[in-house]
Design a binder for this molecule. Structure first.
Ligand SMILES: Nc1nc2c(c(=O)[nH]1)N[C@H]1C(S)=C(S)[C@@H](COP(=O)(O)O)O[C@H]1N2
Ligand SMILES: [Mo]
Length: 399
């Protein structure tokens, strides 16, 4: 007889589980979980909803990452003006609504943690192990994202990089998981099992899904007003109110934390236009004010999911580039007075650099820029993430 190593292992596992039988106490007991909701179908339906919300978060997250770290083939347009505001608002709102959804899914499947036998063969063990990056990654993404929009950083790592790489790991694990569960998913979706008997004090699936949907709706209403202006009064849990702050809108990164309180109000301040130009410029605030001004109504759309529209006034970047004799296809790096920090500069691709509404803004909502909003001059352009609307400009370097 040919010995089959797989079978031998299987037999040894069987006898191991049989010997461990007396240890099946507490949650390991057969019948330890009484709710009729811990079923394949409930788990599969919640899984489908999670698949949809993860797809939205992943795609909108990739867009946001791509705009800030563009690969050579990616050219983010400057129109429509509110596109990034929409994709990033959707990213954060979907992430928030996913929190109760993920909790419901984890509750539904958590008895499986105590499934007996723990695994039947190597493939089964590996499939169960793949849940570690899936569950760990999902929880990490939602928690770190939530901390980030609350501006609470109890960690040392750089949030965008950690959030980005964790998303690839999680989505990879999700694809493996969906592949492994495909038969279960199609069975659960196509042939609904009869509604399980309700245990005393238990919930029906309809009530469970109703409560879940209600909590997702309430969380969304309590936060979405940070980007959907008319709902801002309902948004009691939103970290930002888009109408509160100097000159009527919020501040991200204060002048003090950027260490520009002295340099920004120094009368010797000049805006340099340099790099690949025919005529380098050095302009005082009076010079800039004397130039032809242009107004544009544009949002600040922060990566943290809040946004606020304002009326901006200043010199079109394109005018300055033309004055300095830069190429029509110029790519520009905006530098600020801020001595250090990842967001002290930002890049303007050729579409953003030549859009007529991309401004070196001097005024907002009818007043000179408040120091917190970037006095003496800042970049404001259509369809740009907030982090790229560089405040306290010092130089425009043409590349
Ligand atoms: N120099 C500099 N500019 C910056 C930042 C920064 O950290 N440094 N933060 C940006 C971010 S994250 C946002 S959302 C907007 C906010 O602009 P506001 O404070 O005028 O609303 O400014 C951007 N400009
Ligand atoms: Mo931001």
């Amino acid at each position: 007889m040919v010995r089959q190593p797989g079978q031998a292992l299987g037999r040894r596992l069987d006898s191991l589980w049989a010997r461990l039988e007396p240890l099946r106490i507490g949650p390991f007991r057969p019948g330890a979980f009484t709710s009729g909701l811990h079923t394949e179908r409930t788990a599969a339906l919640l899984g489908l909803a999670l698949g949809g919300s993860f797809a939205i978060c992943f795609l909108t997250g990739l867009i946001s990452h791509g705009i800030q770290n563009p690969p050579a083939w990616f050219l983010w347009p400057s129109r429509p003006v509110n596109l990034y505001r929409f994709t990033q608002g959707l990213h954060v709102a979907t992430g928030i609504a996913t929190i109760p959804l993920l909790l419901a899914k984890l509750w539904t499947i958590f008895p499986r943690l105590f499934a007996w036998p723990p695994f039947e063969n190597l493939a089964h063990a590996l499939e169960r192990l793949s849940l570690v990056p899936l569950v760990g990654g999902s929880v990490f993404l939602l928690l770190s994202g939530l901390n980030n929009i609350a501006l609470w950083y109890p960690w040392q790592f750089f949030f965008p990089a950690a959030h980005y790489w964790a998303s690839w790991i999680t989505v990879g694990a999700l694809i493996v998981h969906v592949g492994a569960k495909a038969p279960v998913i199609s069975r659960a979706v196509r042939r609904p099992e009869p509604e399980p008997a309700v245990v005393a004090g238990g919930m029906t699936r309809r009530a469970f899904f109703g409560a879940l949907g209600a909590s997702m709706a309430v969380l969304t209403m309590a936060t979405i007003g940070q980007t959907v202006g008319p709902l801002r009064r309902l948004s009691i849990l939103a970290p930002r109110d888009p109408e509160v702050g100097p000159q009527g809108f919020p501040v991200n990164k204060t002048a003090r934390s950027a260490r520009v309180t002295d340099s920004a109000v120094d009368p010797a301040w000049r805006l340099r236009v340099e790099g690949a130009v025919e005529r380098p410029l050095s302009l005082s605030l009076a010079d800039l004010r004397a130039m032809q001004q242009h107004t544009a109504r544009l949002p600040i759309a922060c990566v943290e999911g809040w946004s606020a529209t304002a009326d901006w006034e200043g010199v079109p970047l394109a005018s300055l580039l033309a004055m300095a004799g830069a190429s029509q296809r110029a790519v520009v790096r905006a530098e600020s007075l801020q001595p250090s920090g990842v967001y002290r500069t930002s890049a303007l691709n050729r579409l953003h650099a030549r859009d007529p509404d991309t401004l070196v803004a001097l005024r907002v909502n009818g007043e000179d820029l408040h120091l917190e909003h970037g006095f003496p001059a800042r970049i404001i352009g259509p369809n740009r993430p907030g982090v790229m609307q560089t405040k306290w400009l010092s130089a425009l370097v043409v590349e």
